[in-house]
Design a protein around this ligand. Structure first.
Ligand code: 4AD
Ligand code: MG
Length: 464
């Protein structure tokens, strides 16, 4: 009977006694002429399974010496109780097949303890490290939990387009999509590029947000969410910005700002709790190796009520704090992450949701307050991160929305379909966007956003 391969995560939970087959990559191999120990990892868990090669009853073939850190092997043997491996069980090797070697002179992960910067230069191999294995497993768990959260609550997953002709955030930092010959594009009589000859017959770009299309979905299905890649060509070389990042954007019809905040708080607590309940092995590793306060911080977030206050109240606190900021604060400024972190980490010691921002620093679609100065936006601010969620109640009045659009001199020719939501069956609605990698920064304790996505895209960097 041929043995079925089992993942290491399963094997470590098995009762000893039976014949098993494991396949994976060698983390370490050590020993002497009587006995050798191989730590084997197959990506299913942070934990390795120990392979014991006792040469009194295991005869190695000539390839055995080529089994070194990084090589891929298949091991058949008996699962036995372990005393020294740190696990309950280990495998007493009977047969080892070498699939692929990893020349110790050349394999970049031969040694442990590389810097995060170096690992970014070998992004094609870094998933094989303990740290990135842990991060990528948690990333998967969070993606799964996001779909589960919304599915269990009657939200529909809406696939919004990646190529669009609109600019949802008005940020103006977009990657263009074109099939025109950029060396010699066709030109109109006025000298401008003639996009009518482009693939889509118009000027297009990669989306910065699925929100505007998400609103169309909410105005038909009630509650929807998007979860996809978004692209921003801002030249922000910070530990919190990517040019390509993933965003989760729920949008809810008949929901106003208070309920929007309730959902945001409940959602993010659910995700953190899910990580605590399902990713403990990886969290313990990250807590030990990356950030000693991680697990405590995660537990504290799920068990505390987030502070809710207006932007105006927050500015008041910041001004009165007497703290020295690189960017001075006064009413009307866009909060920097130093300000957000001061509120969260120094002043309150817990997450904060700010609302009612000055309209001039927020997007055109936010619902206008009666004071004529502020809009019903909300940002959720987190320890170590700053802004993790941005959202708002949307302006549902066609006239008010048009007035704002005209005030901003926006070109709405490509957004006539968006305006139709306000012409036909308009209703109060709200939503928000959670930056997936910012969530992962929080949940993993990693300090640079480049290290929570497999293949980061940042200014001057898109190699892998
Ligand atoms: O605040 P933002 O720009 O909001 C929107 O895009 C809205 N359309 C969301 C909505 O209401 N449906 O972005 C939302 C979140 C931010 O709070 C942040 O977590 C993340 O997306 N984010 C980024 N993450 C990584 N790199 C970047 N360059 C990011 N820009 C925003
Ligand atoms: Mg924002």
């Amino acid at each position: 009977m041929t043995l079925k391969r089992q993942r290491v995560s399963e094997l470590l939970k098995e009762t000893p006694g039976k014949e098993v087959l494991a396949k994976g990559w060698v983390r370490t191999k050590r020993g002497n002429k009587n006995i050798a120990f191989i730590a084997l990892n197959d990506g299913s868990t942070i934990n390795n399974i120990q392979i014991v090669c006792d040469f009194s009853n295991f005869t190695p073939d000539e390839t055995f010496k080529d089994i070194t850190t990084g090589s891929a092997i298949a091991v058949t043997g008996k699962l036995v109780e372990s005393v020294g491996s740190g696990q309950k069980v280990e495998i007493q090797a009977e047969k080892i097949e070498l699939y692929g070697t990893a020349d110790p002179e050349k394999y970049p992960l031969q040694k442990k303890g590389h810097s995060m910067e170096f690992l970014r230069e070998i992004a094609h191999l870094r998933p094989r490290t303990n740290t990135f294995g842990a991060v990528l497993r948690i990333r998967h768990a969070m993606a799964f939990a996001i779909h589960k959260y919304f599915n269990d609550r009657g939200f529909y997953y809406l696939h919004t387009p990646i190529i669009t002709a609109s600019d949802a955030e008005g940020a103006g930092a977009m990657f263009q999509v074109t099939t025109l010959n950029i060396d010699n594009p066709p030109r109109r009589e006025d000298g401008k590029v003639d996009f009518s000859q482009d693939f889509f017959g118009r000027h297009t770009n990669l989306t910065v947000s699925g929100q505007l299309e998400g609103e169309l979905g909410a105005m038909a299905l009630g509650n929807i969410y998007t979860f996809g890649p978004t692209f921003r060509a801002e030249n922000s070389n910070t530990p919190r910005h990517l040019a390509e990042f993933w965003m989760i954007e729920p949008e809810m019809a008949f929901v106003e700002i208070d309920e929007n905040m309730d959902v945001a708080e409940d959602f993010i607590k659910y995700l953190v709790r899910y990580a605590l309940d399902n990713c403990m092995d990886d969290l313990i590793f990250l807590n030990n190796m990356i950030d000693k306060g991680l697990i405590e911080r995660l537990k504290s977030v799920v068990s505390t009520d987030f502070v809710r206050m207006t932007y105006t109240e927050a500015i008041d606190i910041l001004v009165k704090s007497g703290a020295k900021f690189e960017y001075p604060v006064s009413w009307g400024v866009d909060l920097q992450s130093e300000h957000e972190r001061y509120l969260v980490e120094q002043h309150f010691g817990k997450p904060v949701i700010l609302t009612d921002y000055p309209k001039d620093i927020k997007a055109f679609y936010m619902k206008q307050n009666d004071d004529g100065k502020t809009v019903r936006g909300m940002d959720v601010l987190f320890p170590k991160i700053g802004e993790i969620i941005g959202g708002s109640q949307r302006e549902e009045s066609y006239d008010k929305l048009m007035a704002r659009i005209n005030e901003l001199h926006m070109d709405m020719t490509n957004l006539w379909w968006y305006l139709d939501t306000r012409r036909f069956g308009s209703a109060p609605h709200s939503g928000f966007g959670l930056g997936f990698e910012r969530l992962l920064l929080f949940v993993t304790g990693m300090s640079n956003i480049r290290d929570v996505i497999p293949f980061p895209r940042t200014p001057k960097s898109a190699e892998f």
